[in-house]
Design a protein around this ligand. Structure first.
Ligand SMILES: [Zn+2]
Length: 267
């Protein structure tokens, strides 16, 4: 068990370091969750100790019996990078998906509690499980560029955000052909923001939360980070052009169409 868990801790610690270095995880901002149900064997699971069950505000039947690694309450990404074990917790839902308990290695000290943003993460994982989607990782960070962009009232609009992102560099059409979803401001960590997000996740894997940051779902955390990084870089190009005193010309609709025809010919 320890070896398996070490590997997961290492990979999450790496991504936590990226978020900190990018400046997207001030204080205890940002959180990470990973559905590890398929990665852990029954024997490994049975070798773990567990806490009492804690009630969830909403029942999530499709997550019954599933296991997640999730950032701990109050954990700072810069600390998760250095000491992933202290900044993460392993949780298991009961068979009905209405309660969770904390799993820990018998040798470990008292385990930490999960982040207060757990409800929105579980709401998203519940949606992914119900829809039998392949994504297992949920990554949220306070991406400076997306927060800054949504302070511009022109970009509190999904269509305009996507037109901008696709026009700034070919990469965004290549790697985010479906565009990003935009969620108007909601209270952080609430079921409400989780619900609004899953509406958008029906068509998108990348979500911009107005004046709050970004959330990406992917098969693994490294890929989720790659997409987040791409969105941030693209918006940074826009700001650099504006700071240099000009509006970016942007790729034309025809150029963007040609990229789509070249790389996604069947669509
Ligand atoms: Zn947040």
């Amino acid at each position: 068990m320890d070896e398996w868990l070490e590997e997961q801790y290492k990979s999450i610690g790496k991504v936590a370091g990226y978020l900190w270095n990018k400046g997207w995880a001030e204080r205890n901002a940002g959180n990470i969750s990973l559905n590890v149900t398929d990665l852990i064997s029954h024997e490994e699971r049975d070798g773990l100790s567990f806490s009492f069950f804690y009630q969830l505000e909403k029942s999530m039947p499709a997550l019954g019996g599933q296991i997640f690694l999730i950032t701990a309450s109050g954990s700072r990404m810069r600390d998760v990078k250095e000491h992933p074990k202290r900044g993460l917790c392993l949780i298991e839902l009961d068979e009905t998906g209405s309660m969770y308990r904390i799993l820990y290695s018998g040798k470990a000290n008292r385990p930490p509690f999960p982040t207060s943003e757990m409800p929105s993460h579980l709401t998203i994982h519940h949606f992914l499980a119900r829809e039998r989607r392949p994504e297992r990782a949920v990554l949220h960070a306070h991406v400076t560029e997306t927060i800054a962009l949504t302070h511009n009232t022109d970009f509190k609009n999904e269509e305009r955000i996507n037109s901008l992102l696709w026009s700034l560099q070919p990469e965004t059409t290549l790697f985010i052909p479906e565009g990003v979803g935009f969620v108007p401001f909601r209270i952080p960590g609430s079921y409400d923001i989780g619900e609004a997000t899953i509406e958008k996740l029906k068509k998108h894997k990348t979500i911009i939360w107005e004046k709050h940051g970004a959330l990406v779902i992917e098969k693994n955390l490294e890929e989720a980070f790659d997409i987040m990084d791409l969105v941030a870089k693209t918006i940074a190009i826009y700001f650099k052009c504006r700071m240099a005193g000009y509006k970016p010309e942007g790729l034309s609709k025809k150029q963007i169409g040609d990229i789509r025809d070249t790389f996604f010919p069947s669509e």
